[in-house]
Design a protein. Structure first.
Length: 291
């Protein structure tokens, strides 16, 4: 499977045969249009909008032809290919594809973290909710997020792990001196992060403290927060809401909603067990009382 970009900034996953046909049409000077339409909050497949097929229109000098193919994301006959593709696009390293939350199951003080991740995974293909993880470096936040992303991808659910600063770097990489082009690029990035059924954003408190950085990241978080009844978002910080600076007031406010889990204990850096890092006391109220 391959991803092809169709104006305006629409990225569609297609099989290799369709990809070749679309590239040929483009090389022939034909304008490509993606014809599928759907409600982004109700369709079951975010690639074909639940239609099961992908339809493209290739236009040139008043003449049109249509290219149609089965959607490789929701075609059950291509399930293995779909899982491989989802993992390759998940933000995880290949050695993390097999990570499981079960490595935490017997660890002391990890019951709430495991239960929350299990609930999200059990809700596939449409996990829902807003989860905030807190704790110092090395206690398990990243490992839990990555294991949840890996588990959902293996179930065929598009899921993504990103550090907040990496999202900002992606936006900076498409900088343009043309305000309209710059705005279009930024909107396309925000829209892409808004489409994932599960999105895990790590280190949300470790971004440059500038107005642009905060505004761009908070726009993504705000959109995810507004659809928390239909999609799931997990964020992680090293600080509780009350410890964030004044400029991060919006983030602090959002972190007080949904499920709040504080992770503690000894650092687990260098002690991964087929799943990364761990840590956290059972009681959610501990986090609430410190916020």
């Amino acid at each position: 499977m391959k991803t092809i970009q169709i104006p305006p900034e629409t990225q569609i996953v297609v099989d290799n045969s369709c990809y070749s046909r679309l590239l040929t049409a483009r090389l022939q000077g034909k304008a490509l249009t993606f014809c599928n339409e759907g409600d982004s909050y109700t369709f079951t497949c975010r690639n074909c909008f639940g239609l099961g097929t992908l339809t493209f229109r290739a236009s040139s000098r008043g003449k049109e032809e249509y290219i149609q193919t089965a959607c490789p994301v929701c075609d059950p006959e291509l399930e293995s290919d779909r899982v491989t593709y989802l993992l390759s696009q998940s933000g995880l390293q290949p050695e993390e594809y097999g990570w499981s939350i079960e490595y935490l199951a017997e660890a002391t003080g990890k019951a709430r973290a495991v239960a929350t991740a299990r609930q999200l995974i059990a809700a596939a293909p449409q996990p829902q909710g807003w989860v905030s993880l807190y704790g110092p470096y090395g206690v398990g936040k990243s490992g839990l997020m990555k294991a949840t992303v890996a588990a959902l991808c293996r179930l065929g659910v598009p899921a993504l792990y990103r550090r907040a600063d990496d999202i900002l770097s992606e936006a900076k990489a498409v900088f343009s001196e043309d305000p309209a082009a710059q705005d279009a690029s930024e909107q396309a990035i925000k829209a892409r992060y808004g489409r994932y059924p599960f999105l895990a954003i790590d280190e949300v408190d470790r971004i440059a403290d500038t107005a642009w950085s905060r505004a761009f990241l908070f726009a993504i978080l705000d959109e995810r927060y507004n659809v928390r009844q239909k999609q799931a978002t997990m964020i992680a910080t090293n600080m509780l809401p009350g410890q964030l600076t004044t400029h991060f007031g919006y983030l602090a406010d959002r972190m007080k909603d949904g499920q709040r889990i504080i992770l503690a204990g000894a650092s687990l850096r260098g002690k991964s067990v087929e799943g990364g890092e761990v840590g956290e006391p059972d009681n959610q109220e501990t986090a609430a009382s410190l916020a």
